[in-house]
Design a protein around this ligand. Structure first.
Ligand code: TRP
Length: 451
């Protein structure tokens, strides 16, 4: 372990970094439409229960392993092993985590690149550059590749500066700005005609929809993606937390911030969709569901902004700035996973490691851009539906089945000396040992169509 390993300088710094990782495209365009299409407040309620009963325990597993090992995911898992076979398992799970998070970054950077292009579009239009504006908003491999490289450049800029000067500094600036922009946009949009109907679609519960078995699976997948679980991201952030901090408390604050901002995003997106509908923009797809995903962000909302006249340019600017910030604080947390490994286990200098890893990931991005129809959904599905939950399962197995209970208790009691009599210590070990692995396995059984 290198003596110059970084550490977050304050609790606030960690909270901004970890919630920055958690709050991303998943919260702003995944969560609100998932909620509206799946029974409104009934889904919200199910989601909250899943986050606190299943995702929070898995998040704690990663944070605790990370802080204990003070090392990257591969070394951390190897360090918990008891014998040759668990050592081998740790090595494999660690590397699969690094590959998973790198692939997640490779599709995330493409989508984030779109956000940057749409951020520059209103500026181009204000400057009267119509040709450039349409290049920015029309699909094309040149635009996609250009913005992948620009976005990866920003990510490299932050990560090469290290934990304190890069991740912590930028997350502490960007996350408060994100919340302010989000609140300002909500304040504006809810005053427009049609907004009330959006709020109703979002918040009025339809308990019938919760009985749908796919809903639980959607909600669990959403929770795992949103909390950045199963790929070593939270593990590496945990490895930079001071031993004076209470991890159960920090973890619950991260989960609350993530859920809180997802909830706020719903207060923006759903009203915005129904305002768009009131001004003549279609918001339902052919199957009768709400338009979600790229169609929502890249066509429904821009059509709404266009219909607002010149205020629309400002609103578009604020909205895509929000999306770009959300993306960047997440992408840095992804890049940190392979970079920390290269620095710690191969002695590569941080700037160089960052650049080399980022170039490799960018190449993968460009391959995906060049073969979008074949590769994009495939990479998304394999990483988020398969590798991530499986990774989460193994982190739980390492904490609860391979690590000895005394070592585990000792680690948690650092910064939380009264843990032994706490509710957390009575409940959490049972969750990571039995309930989380079983719940994740059930998702697989369902995915494989076994029942
Ligand atoms: N949580 C982020 C979002 O909601 C995405 C993310 C960041 C992520 N780091 C991750 C997803 C690691 C999986 C693994 O957009």
């Amino acid at each position: 372990m290198s003596p110059s390993r970084g550490e977050f300088s304050s609790r606030f710094g960690f909270l901004m970094a970890a919630s920055g990782s958690a709050v991303g495209l998943g919260n702003i365009w995944g969560f609100p439409t998932n909620t509206a299409s799946n029974g409104g407040a009934a889904f919200l309620f199910t989601y909250l229960v899943l986050v606190f009963l299943l995702a929070y325990p898995a998040l704690m597993a990663e944070l605790i392993i990370g802080r204990h090992a003070r090392a990257n995911v591969v070394t951390a898992l190897q360090g918990l092993s008891r014998d040759r076979s668990t050592y081998l398992l740790g090595t494999v799970v660690g590397f699969v985590g690094i590959i998973t998070v790198s692939l997640i970054l490779s599709f995330y950077a493409i989508v984030s690149g779109w956000m940057m292009a749409y951020l520059i579009d209103p500026l181009a239009r204000i400057a009267g550059l119509q040709g450039m504006a349409s290049w920015l908003t029309d699909d094309g491999w040149l635009r996609d590749s250009t913005f992948v490289i620009l976005f990866m450049g920003l990510t490299v800029y932050v990560i090469s500066a290290g934990v304190k000067e890069g991740i912590e500094k930028w997350a502490s600036r960007l996350m408060p700005s994100l919340v302010l922009i989000l609140l300002a946009l909500i304040g504006y949009v809810v005053t427009l005609p049609g907004a009330g109907e959006g709020l109703r679609a979002y918040l009025v519960p339809d308990f019938g929809a919760v009985a749908n078995p796919n809903l639980l699976i959607n909600a669990l997948g959403q929770a795992f993606f949103s909390l950045s679980l199963g790929a070593g991201t939270m593990l590496i952030y945990g490895s930079y937390v001071s031993k004076q901090e209470s991890l159960p408390q920090l973890g619950s604050m991260v989960a609350l911030l993530d859920v809180g901002i997802a909830f706020l995003a719903g207060l923006l997106i759903l009203p915005a969709m129904y305002v768009a509908q009131a001004s003549g923009v279609p918001i339902y797809n052919e199957a009768g569901g709400l338009i979600a995903g790229p169609g929502l962000i890249l066509s429904v909302l821009p059509a709404l902004f266009d219909s607002m006249g010149s205020v629309g340019l400002l609103v578009a600017l604020a909205f895509f700035l929000l999306m770009t910030i959300a993306s960047l604080t997440s992408s840095i947390s992804m890049l940190e996973v392979p970079v920390a490994y290269a620095v710690e286990n191969h002695g590569v200098e941080r700037r160089k490691a960052t650049l080399v890893v980022a170039v490799l990931i960018s190449i993968v991005c460009l391959v995906i851009v060049g073969n979008f129809a074949v590769l994009f959904d495939l990479v998304v599905t394999v990483t988020t539906e398969w590798s991530q939950p499986l990774g989460g399962l193994f982190f739980c197995v390492f904490v609860a089945w391979i690590w000895n209970r005394d070592g585990l208790l000792r680690e948690i009691s650092q910064g939380y000396p009264e843990v032994e009599g706490s509710l957390f210590w009575r409940i959490w070990p049972v969750y990571v040992k039995f309930i989380c692995p079983l719940a994740i396995l059930m998702v697989y059984v369902q995915l494989l169509g076994l029942f």
